[in-house]
Write a protein that binds this ligand. Structure first.
Ligand code: MLT
Length: 237
């Protein structure tokens, strides 16, 4: 089976896609579902997110790492972990992560959200769903490669290689090399460009939270029947 890693989102996926935005969108998405959210609604723009406001719906998102004006929450996994979202849906819009999910959903058969926190469970779920290819898509930051996402792609690729017979592409081999030649996840994330930026605006706890590996079995899975124009619905899959 093919194992593809896109160091930045490219599109044209044929089977299973694992979308990775460790700092912080996919880490936070996993946490909302862990904290009881019934569904995540990932929107294409903040404007579409605002149209989703309704009873039982929480609006969460960021620009520049800070909460979007008019939203209820930012994009912090630590903030999400402190919340209780039972009987609620969480609308999410972020700079890079939600955009990568929309690109993946445009062609992928099965779209899952992966982070370090749910890495092993996400790899297992992807392996179970795939018939021809697993593509790991790194969201990056503002069109630039993010070390934290490539590192996480390497962790996922390592799990997958242990689970089955895969042919890794060059992107996967680069991610594996980064994974195998780097220090511990906390060092990699706090030393990354976006990790340094988040630390600089007082969000170092989010970076530490995102560095936990395979502590969650929650895997957000795209519900193809759900959603609407500009809205992707994810549930615990
Ligand atoms: C993103 O989608 O760009 C990130 O999740 C941004 C962040 O939350 O810091």
């Amino acid at each position: 089976m093919r194992l593809r890693v896109d160091l930045l989102p490219h599109g044209a996926y044929s089977d299973v896609v694992l979308v990775v935005d460790v700092l912080r969108a996919t880490t936070t998405a996993v946490t909302y579902l862990e904290r009881g959210a019934e569904a995540l609604l990932l929107t294409s723009t903040p404007e579409v997110a605002l149209t989703q406001r309704a009873a039982g719906v929480v609006l969460a998102g960021e620009r520049g790492g800070r909460p979007i004006p008019g939203f209820d929450l930012g994009n912090s996994p630590v903030e999400a972990a402190a919340g209780n979202f039972a009987n609620q849906s969480v609308v999410m819009n972020t700079t890079n992560g939600t955009a990568a999910a929309h690109l993946a959903a445009a062609s992928g058969k099965h779209v899952l959200l992966a982070a370090l926190t749910n890495a092993h469970a996400a790899a297992r779920r992807a392996r179970a769903l795939a018939t021809e290819e697993i593509a790991i898509v790194c969201a990056g930051t503002d069109g630039r490669v993010g070390l934290e996402d490539v590192y996480a792609a390497g962790v996922l690729a390592e799990y997958l290689l242990a689970m089955g017979d895969f042919t890794p592409d060059d992107g996967a081999r680069i991610a594996l090399t980064v994974r195998r030649s780097s220090g511990n996840p906390a060092e990699v994330l706090s030393g990354s460009g976006h990790g340094t930026y988040l630390g600089g605006i007082g969000l170092e706890e989010d970076v530490r939270y995102a560095a936990q590996v395979s502590v969650s079995t929650v895997v957000p899975l795209l519900d193809p029947a759900g959603g609407a124009e500009g809205v992707l619905r994810f549930v615990a899959g």
